[in-house]
Design a protein around this ligand. Structure first.
Ligand code: ATR
Length: 288
């Protein structure tokens, strides 16, 4: 069977998804086609065209994730929590109407990458910087009682945004009785605080800017992760952490490949190992 796949978004020409999925397919001897589809007007119309011409599954990126949420006829639990869909799969017909399962693989992809990197999670104190869509996406896995995290502090310019996210997720995620959730602004982060893991989920690295946190916080951390990725794997944030002797510093390329791996599993039943593909994509980026 050939899986006919695609990624929808705008802009879309620089999407790495076709390369990532072709690399997975070649590793597992599977046959896929994977195209980039630019959505200039309505997502639903483009998706109808794709699925009526044999499309089996697709990824959806900015700005179409809410359109894909509406398009899905059924949602996975994690898509319901995220209230955004980045993966669709055709599941058959009911009363002659095509059915589509909508999923959100961003959080699971991030979590898969933390596990690949042996991020210390059990019993750890985690600091997340930023409270946008990226933070909403990565929180459910970290908050789940099975992850055994001790505390999660989210810092943002406005704490109201954080409280809203916490309230919403606490209704949907089984956090267990002991997880401490804290909302903070940047000014309230004190140099003597200890976080084992610091995750930068702001958009600051994109503009080569650093979050305003005390440098001591880096020095105390064992593991630092920036959701932003670069050609060589270092961002302004990971460079800062490395200069303050944090041993384990990573950019977000592994999360990008991780979310793709989770989509690939939804379509084909195979969860790819991401290590080879991350190395391959890094080498492609370095040649660009
Ligand atoms: P997304 O929703 O896709 O994650 P976003 O809405 O642009 O992206 O938000 C990214 C995060 O970066 C937000 O938490 C934002 O902080 P606010 O909620 O206070 O807006 C954060 N961010 C962006 N620019 C920032 C800056 N100059 N200083 C601190 N945080 C910043």
């Amino acid at each position: 069977m050939t899986f006919k796949l695609a990624v929808f978004g705008n802009p879309i020409e620089h999407s790495l998804s076709p390369l990532i999925h072709q690399h997975f397919a070649s590793q597992y001897g599977q046959d896929i086609t994977y195209e980039r589809i630019l959505v200039e007007h309505t997502f639903a119309q483009k998706a109808d065209e794709f699925f009526s011409s044999g499309g089996f599954g697709c990824n959806i990126t900015v700005p179409c994730k809410l359109n894909a949420l509406d398009y899905a006829t059924e949602l996975t639990p994690r898509a319901k929590i995220a209230q955004a869909v980045n993966t669709l799969k055709f599941t058959g017909f009911v009363n002659q109407k095509p059915q589509f399962l909508g999923d959100n693989t961003d959080g699971a992809g991030f979590f898969q990458d933390l596990k690949r990197l042996n991020c210390p999670l059990k019993g750890s104190n985690i600091l997340i910087l930023g409270a946008g869509g990226a933070t909403r996406g990565i929180l459910p896995n970290l908050m789940d009682y099975r992850t055994k995290v001790k505390s999660i502090t989210v810092a943002n310019r406005t704490t109201a945004k954080i409280r809203k996210i916490f309230e919403n997720l606490q209704e949907q995620v089984d956090t267990g009785a002991f997880l401490e959730l804290k909302a903070s602004n940047y000014e309230s982060l004190e140099p003597d605080m200890h976080f084992d893991v610091i995750i930068n989920a702001t958009s600051l690295s994109m503009n080569n800017e650093l979050p305003k946190i005390p440098p001591e916080l880096y020095s105390h951390a064992q593991f630092v992760y920036d959701l932003y990725y670069t050609k060589d794997g270092s961002t302004i944030f990971t460079n800062k952490a490395r200069s303050l002797n944090v041993e384990h510093c990573y950019d977000g390329l592994g999360m990008l490949v991780g979310q793709a791996a989770q989509s690939y599993e939804l379509w084909t039943g195979v969860l790819p190992d991401t290590e080879n593909t991350i190395n391959y994509i890094r080498s492609v980026l370095q040649q660009q």
